[in-house]
Design a protein around this ligand. Structure first.
Ligand code: GLU
Length: 357
C-alpha cells in the first residue's frame, strides 16, 4: 500500500504542477517543435485511476511534456498554453488565435514543426480548419487521448510522443495538418472520431489513413489528395469572426421550420446532415429552395459515416440551388463554408471549392 501511495503522490506531483511556458532549453542538434496545448482528455484528471468521470483540460503543457519518457530525444521542445478546455468548448475565437500563432511560429526559421494537444470531440474540426488556413509546408499535427492522464493505461503520453516524432520529421513536410492518434496518421481532411470511448477512436472512412507511427517510427502510405495549407486560397489574417453557418440533422418526418429559424438567427449558410446521399424530406427541400432563393448557401452533406454526397442524384441541385459536400462530413463542411463565405462567390465557384478542398 505504501508503495502504491508513493507512486500516486509522485504521479500527482508530476501531473498537477502546470506552467504556461517551456523554452527550447535543451538546444541539442534536433528539430525544434512547439507544443500548443488547448486542453482535452489528454490533459484531463480524475479522482482515481479507474474512474470514468473526469474533468478535461486540467494539466498544463509543461506537465504533459514532462510525463513522456524519451520525448526530449526527439526534438527540442517548447510549450505554450493556448486554452485549457474540453473540446466541446472549442470556439472560433480559439481557432483564430491558434491559426495566428501557428502562422507566426512557422514563419520563424527556429521552428520546424507544431503539435497541438486537443480534446478528441472536435479535434477533426480544428485540424481541418488549420489545414485550410495555415500558410506553411512545415508539419502541423494534432493529438489527444481518450483516457484521462490519471487513468490506468492512459494513452496520451504515447500519442504525444508519436505526434512530436511526426512533427519533427522531414518526411512530414508538405502533408498538411495531420491527426496522430493510436499509432495512426490521418489527414485532417479525412479524419473523424468514430467511438465515444475506445482508444481506437479515429479513422479516415473514405480515403484511409495516410500513414502509421510506431514508437516514433514513421511510415507514410500516401499524400493527402485535397488542397491544403500553402496551396489553399483561404486566409484568416486580420479576420475577427466567421459568418454563421448552422448544421441541420435530417431524420424521418423532420420539421422544415428550423431552416427559417436559422436564417432569422443570422445564418449565412446551412449544412444539411442529410439522410443517405444527402437527402431530406420534401418539406425541408422546399424550405431549402426558399433559402437558396434568398442567397443563403445550403450544402448537402450526410449523417452517414462514409461515402461521397453526389450532385444531382436524388436531389436536383441545379434546381434547388444547393451545393454538395462531396466527402466532407457536416462539421467539416461547416468549417469550409464559413471560410468560403468570407468572400463573395457564386454557387458554381462554391461547388468547385467543395470538390477541391
Ligand atoms: N469531451 C472531451 C474533449 O473533447 C473529452 C474527449 C477527449 O478529449 O477525448 O476534450
Amino acid at each position: 500500500m505504501r508503495t502504491l501511495h508513493f507512486f500516486k503522490q509522485a504521479f500527482l506531483v508530476v501531473f498537477i504542477v502546470g506552467f504556461t511556458h517551456f523554452s527550447f532549453a535543451q538546444g541539442k542538434d534536433l528539430p525544434n517543435v512547439v507544443i500548443l496545448a488547448t486542453g482535452g482528455t489528454i490533459a484531463g484528471t480524475a479522482e482515481g485511476a479507474d474512474q470514468a468521470g473526469y474533468t478535461a483540460g486540467q494539466l498544463g503543457v509543461t506537465t504533459m511534456i514532462e510525463s513522456v519518457p524519451g520525448i526530449q530525444e526527439l526534438a527540442n521542445l517548447k510549450g505554450e498554453q493556448i486554452s485549457n478546455v474540453g473540446s466541446q468548448d472549442m470556439s472560433i475565437d480559439i481557432w483564430l488565435t491558434l491559426a495566428d500563432r501557428i502562422n507566426t511560429l512557422l514563419a520563424s526559421n527556429e521552428v520546424d514543426g507544431i503539435v497541438i494537444t486537443h480534446g478528441t470531440d472536435t479535434q477533426e474540426e480544428t485540424a481541418y480548419f488549420l489545414n485550410l488556413v495555415v500558410k506553411s509546408d512545415k508539419p502541423v499535427v494534432t493529438t489527444g487521448a481518450m483516457r484521462p492522464a490519471t487513468a490506468i493505461s492512459a494513452e496520451g503520453p504515447l500519442n504525444l510522443y508519436n505526434a512530436v516524432a511526426v512533427a519533427a520529421s522531414p518526411k512530414s513536410i508538405g502533408k498538411g495538418v495531420m491527426v496522430v492518434m493510436n499509432d495512426q496518421i490521418h489527414s485532417a481532411h479525412d479524419a473523424t472520431k468514430i467511438s465515444t470511448t475506445a482508444v481506437q477512436s479515429f479513422m479516415s472512412p473514405v480515403e484511409g489513413q495516410i500513414g502509421g507511427v510506431i514508437y516514433g517510427n514513421i511510415e507514410y502510405y500516401r499524400s493527402p489528395y485535397s488542397i491544403h495549407t500553402t496551396k489553399s486560397e483561404f486566409s484568416v489574417e486580420g479576420v475577427m469572426e466567421l459568418p454563421r453557418v448552422d448544421i441541420m440533422y435530417a431524420y424521418a418526418d423532420m420539421p422544415a421550420d428550423f431552416i427559417a429559424y436559422s436564417i432569422k438567427a443570422g445564418a449565412k449558410g446551412i449544412v444539411i446532415a442529410g439522410v443517405g446521399n444527402g437527402n431530406m424530406n420534401a418539406a425541408t427541400l422546399e424550405a431549402v429552395k426558399k433559402a437558396t432563393g434568398q442567397g443563403i448557401v445550403v450544402v448537402r452533406s450526410t449523417r452517414l459515416p462514409s461515402g461521397d454526397v453526389l450532385r444531382n442524384a436524388e436531389v436536383n441541385d441545379d434546381e434547388y440551388g444547393t451545393v454538395v459536400s462531396d466527402e466532407l462530413n457536416p462539421a467539416k463542411a461547416r468549417v469550409l463554408l464559413m471560410l468560403t463565405l468570407l468572400k463573395e462567390r457564386n454557387i458554381e465557384e462554391i461547388q468547385e471549392i467543395f470538390f477541391n478542398y
